[in-house]
Design a protein around this ligand. Structure first.
Ligand code: G6P
Length: 603
């Protein structure tokens, strides 16, 4: 987490450009921010707790004409998010911004204290700054000092570094945290993500681990760890800057919810017109492990259900940070599917590296093109959902579910589990799914109505069975992360084994029953909560529209019926919309909920 940007230019607007870029990185963390810029008075550092707007306020009172700046937006790991701990950090001749964690900072700090270095902050980053300064004092060679210091660092980092005696040059390097270089005619960049620089250039290079970069306003030079010059491929980004704007929507989240009809339809068109995964031999594996974090893990739960139930392949889902504890189960006959919107989640990267060491074949379902996961997996299936800015994922999640559907269907075709008629029916449905997603989105008044019913409560429960149980997990997470309402998700049959004691008069329960074979059982479970006073919201499909809901449901959401390969997407969209409306009624910061970050690059 944390976003960094550095810009060195032939003009004098480096501060404005760096701040504008930093705002596009705010999804990576937003508890404090800071900037260092070169001017006639030397290197000035300005920092502020809270959002970037607080930093802008301070900068507006200063003269900020400058030809080189490095800036940082923080998600605190070491030390509270106050001004002192905010980046940039400066020690001796070194000023830097850092994304990542230096895990062995405590021992390095001790070593440096014995050499009379003093520390003002609680951060690992100040120690890294001091360590580079110390190495520079030994070698008097700027690149060598960075190489030497990095050999000592354990953990993850992306650095933008300025030396006091060369204040218009930025030095950069990375390990396990993302960083790209950007090129323009008037200057050059190093930033956590291409989104930070797209307003100025679409030419960029990815930085590989172990590369060290020297960036001036006219030349960017890549070096390996032996400080030999190396070449780097210059790529052209195909995204355009308007994808990073709200385009008339109140929030990015709402915009992204509304992008789902196209994103999902594109996935089914792209990956399900033919047997597109013919390069994956599903018979070569005895099991599938699916590993991810957060909402991506919830998409994995739907994927597990589809692969197991329909493609008949044993599958299990593991939270990425727990995967290493079952490493004895990973063999060369394991197919690991890692799922990640950002492609940079540290725990997911660690899991995929472990599985590769063990000889497993690894597929990635990834949104961010060129990200670490997309580059390290054996096969990357892109969701191509476009940039997702709201911290709470919507189209990121549903696009992952859609890719799982296409994987399960391809596996079924490979295993001859479908008749031609069944294949045709499924294809007809999925290749026209956009209409049903549009219809689901069009029920905005129902979602607002339900939000009005629930927004003043403190607790809420989601229940469902089978594939609905997996979607409940995501519905519950969406609600709590953006509205700060406490909510829990339970398999409908499990609620009575303890948690039902929390149901009181008026406690909202959202029950989902889209699977016909499980409908009656879920209805019974809702009735159990109703008998104890719940306010029940029942989500089902139009196949049951004539059912008598009155005896157990206070409100209903009736979704279009489709097959299991698309139904979870419709349900999730309805739940995203309820969460969005609820958060709005509770006056929450919908796009940037407290304490969160979108890209979690620390373990
Ligand atoms: C963070 C985000 C979640 C996301 C998770 C995994 O916790 O707040 O929305 O689901 O990371 O991110 P990934 O980029 O790997 O999908």
């Amino acid at each position: 987490m944390c976003g960094i940007i550095g810009y060195t230019t032939k003009k004098n607007n480096s501060v404005d450009v760096a701040i504008a870029g930093l705002k596009n990185l705010e999804y990576r963390g937003y508890d404090s921010s800071g900037i260092a810029f070169n001017s006639n008075e030397g290197l000035t550092i300005v920092k502020s707790a809270g959002k970037i707007s607080n930093l802008e306020e301070k900068l507006s009172k200063l003269s900020t004409a400058s030809n080189c700046a490095i800036a940082h937006t923080r998600w605190a790991t070491h030390g509270e998010p106050n001004e002192t701990n905010a980046h940039p950090h400066r020690v001796g001749k070194i000023t830097l911004v850092h994304n990542g964690i230096i895990e062995n900072y405590a021992s390095l700090k001790k070593e440096l204290q014995e050499k009379n270095y003093e520390f003002k902050t609680e951060t690992d980053t100040e120690v890294a700054t001091a360590y580079i300064d110390y190495c520079y004092s030994l070698t008097n060679n700027k690149l060598q000092a960075i190489v030497d210091a990095c050999k000592k660092f354990r953990g993850s980092y992306a650095f933008n570094i300025i030396y006091e005696d060369e204040p218009t040059t930025i030095y950069a390097t990375r390990k396990d945290s993302p960083l790209v270089v950007g090129y323009s005619d008037v200057g050059n960049f190093a930033a956590s993500d291409i989104s930070a620089i797209l307003n100025y250039t679409n030419r960029y290079s990815l930085i590989d681990e172990g590369e060290f970069i020297k960036i001036t306003n006219s030349v960017v030079t890549f070096y390996n760890k032996d400080l030999q010059e190396i070449s780097s491929e210059v790529k052209t980004a195909t995204w355009d800057a308007t994808q990073y704007q709200k385009n008339g929507f109140d929030h990015f989240m709402l915009k992204e919810i509304n992008e789902q009809p196209k994103v999902i339809q594109d996935i089914f068109n792209r990956y399900y017109t033919n047997c597109t995964y013919s390069d994956i031999d599903f018979s070569a594996f005895d099991k599938i492990h699916i590993v991810a974090c957060g909402s991506a893990m919830h998409a994995a739960l739907v994927g597990k259900y589809l692969l197991q139930t329909y493609a008949k392949i044993p599958a299990m889902v593991e939270i990425a940070s727990e995967y290493r504890y079952i490493e004895e189960l990973i063999t060369p006959k394991t197919l690991l599917i890692v799922v990640s919107q950002s492609g940079e989640t540290a725990d997911t990267i660690a899991a995929l590296r472990l599985a590769k060491e063990k000889g497993a074949y690894v597929i990635g379902i990834v949104n961010a093109v060129g990200s670490t996961i997309s580059r390290e997996v054996d096969k990357c299936i892109y969701t191509y959902a476009g940039p997702e800015i709201a911290v709470a994922t919507t189209k990121g999640y549903s696009s992952q579910v859609a890719v799982f559907s296409t994987l399960a269907l391809n596996a079924m075709e490979q295993k001859n589990l479908l008749t031609d008629e069944e294949t045709n029916n499924i294809k007809n449905e999925l290749l026209n799914i956009k209409d049903k997603i549009d219809y689901t989105l069009a029920q905005a008044n129902t979602y607002l109505d339900i939000a009005n019913d629930i927004y003043s409560h403190n607790d809420l429960f989601f229940i469902g069975r089978g594939i609905d149980s997996a979607v409940c997990m995501e519905g519950s997470l969406k609600l709590k992360e953006i509205s700060y309402m406490h909510s829990e998700s339970y398999s409908a049959g499990e609620l009575k084994h303890g948690t039902i004691s929390l149901i009181e008069e008026g406690t909202p329960v959202i029950a989902i029953a889209t699977d016909n074979s499980l409908f009656e059982k879920t209805v019974s479970n809702v009735k159990e909560t109703k008998a104890r006073g719940s306010y029940s919201i029942f989500v089902t499909t139009d196949e049951h529209k004539d059912y008598n809901f009155d005896e157990f449901a206070d409100k209903t959401i009736i979704l279009p019926k489709t097959n299991d390969f698309a139904q979870p997407i419709l349900t999730a969209i309805a739940l995203q919309s309820v969460a969005y409306e609820t958060a709005k009624l509770r006056n929450c910061d919908i796009d940037k909920p407290r304490n969160l970050a979108k890209s979690v690059t620390v373990e």
